[in-house]
Design a protein around this ligand. Structure first.
Ligand SMILES: *Cc1c(COP(=O)(O)O)cnc(C)c1O
Length: 370
């Protein structure tokens, strides 16, 4: 505590990101980064953009990037918002759509989910309630069919990796759309991992089928959030999007322009556009990650581990005998970093990002010998 902090800063409870070790070379399976490099076209585009024009501000409305996203996701450019990572986009969405006033109706998000949501809620003073995920860790969508200040959840959920069926996502959006009753609220579906929701033989098709993006025309209260950090191998570039109705996008722009008009820099714009245009490359690496996920998951089940059914680029696993913190330490001593959340119901689980096949073989070797 510093006497120079104001009361808001004193009361913050910041998010704790996964470690980014700067010294020892770990097999890094702790922050869901992609083990494969970004498309060569992305590197080339960024290199080309690293020129004297960096003295100029970037396009504040990210026009060319939004066009590229719109084309890839089959929506209109006016339905796309771009930000400095999807965390920023989510923070803006909380500020734009969820009420922080005294006695406001609480927003809803699952009891086990992305731990940034309560952080943003605290930052903006938004009250929240957390419906308990079921015994099998799935989200019961009917818990979200009640009047509230808004809804936010990742699909697939983190850190469980479990997918909510698209018709259930749709039912939540519909309930809060304000069509047949007076109640209305914004529903944010954080699709950070949606590109991995398919199976290796139907990557594109399955991801498109499971994404809530194709409901945005129908439900003006539905905002989907996407990131280039996971499936596009660009965690270091900081680019995220929201896709939704034009009114929601305009709300996000109002918040952004009250904070920082240029959250997406020239290099990120160039890289993001190139990434959106190289669907073939990304489909190939996504297929590899999914195939590795299925293989490692089966191998762990074989060894007696509990493994939740993941549709993301990570597995949520429980050792047959060891506690979560013991297993974490064993892996760390073997040079493998994973993520442990010391929280109710999940303290014995570890979240393991899907790495290359060689990295996962090293992980399985440690799993088999402990
Ligand atoms: C990784 C992640 C994000 C944030 O990604 P950015 O790197 O900020 O784009 C958002 N939501 C979930 C659920 C995530 O796991």
């Amino acid at each position: 505590m510093s006497k120079f902090w104001n009361s808001r800063t004193r009361e913050l409870s910041p998010y704790i990101p996964g470690e980014q070790p700067q010294n020892r070379q770990y097999i890094k399976l702790n922050t869901n980064e992609n083990p494969y490099p970004p498309s060569p076209a992305v590197i080339e585009a960024i290199t080309r953009a690293a020129n004297e024009r960096l003295r100029l501000y970037p396009d504040p409305s990210c026009t060319a990037l939004r066009d590229a996203v719109a084309e890839r996701r089959r929506v209109k450019p006016e339905q796309v918002f771009a930000g400095n990572g999807s965390d920023e986009v989510i923070a803006f969405a909380f500020a734009a759509f969820f009420e922080g006033a005294y006695r406001a109706a609480p927003i809803l998000f699952p009891s086990i989910t992305y731990s940034f949501y309560p952080v943003y809620a605290h930052l903006w003073g938004i009250p929240y309630e957390c419906p308990r995920v079921q015994e099998d860790f799935s989200i019961n969508h009917t818990d979200y069919l009640k009047a509230c200040g808004g809804v936010v959840f990742p699909n697939p959920n983190a850190p469980t990796g479990m997918l909510m069926r698209p018709e259930h996502v749709r039912a939540i959006a519909q309930y809060h759309a304000g069509q047949s009753r007076r109640h209305h609220a914004v529903v944010i579906v954080d699709e950070a991992y949606i590109d991995f929701a398919g199976y290796a033989d139907a990557v594109q098709h399955a991801a498109r089928q499971t994404s809530a993006v194709h409901y945005i025309e129908e439900y003006p209260n539905l905002l989907t959030v996407h990131t280039l950090s996971k499936s596009a191998s660009l965690a270091g570039l900081r680019l995220g999007f929201a896709i939704g109705n034009e009114e929601l996008i305009e709300g996000l722009c109002r918040v952004r322009d009250s904070f920082n008009s240029y959250p997406v820099d020239r290099l990120a714009l160039a890289g993001g556009i190139a990434a959106m245009k190289d669907a073939a490359y990304y489909e190939a690496i996504t297929r590899t990650v999914i195939a590795t996920r299925e293989r490692v998951s089966a191998a762990l089940v074989e060894k007696g581990y509990a493994v939740l059914p993941s549709r993301a680029n990570f597995l949520f696993v429980r050792h047959p005998a060891m506690s979560g913190s013991e297993f974490f330490t064993v892996l760390r001593n073997a040079g493998i970093l994973v993520r442990h959340f010391n929280k109710e119901r999940i303290a014995d689980f570890l979240r393991v990002s899907i790495g290359t096949d060689a990295e996962m073989d090293a992980f399985l070797t440690v799993c088999g010998s402990t």
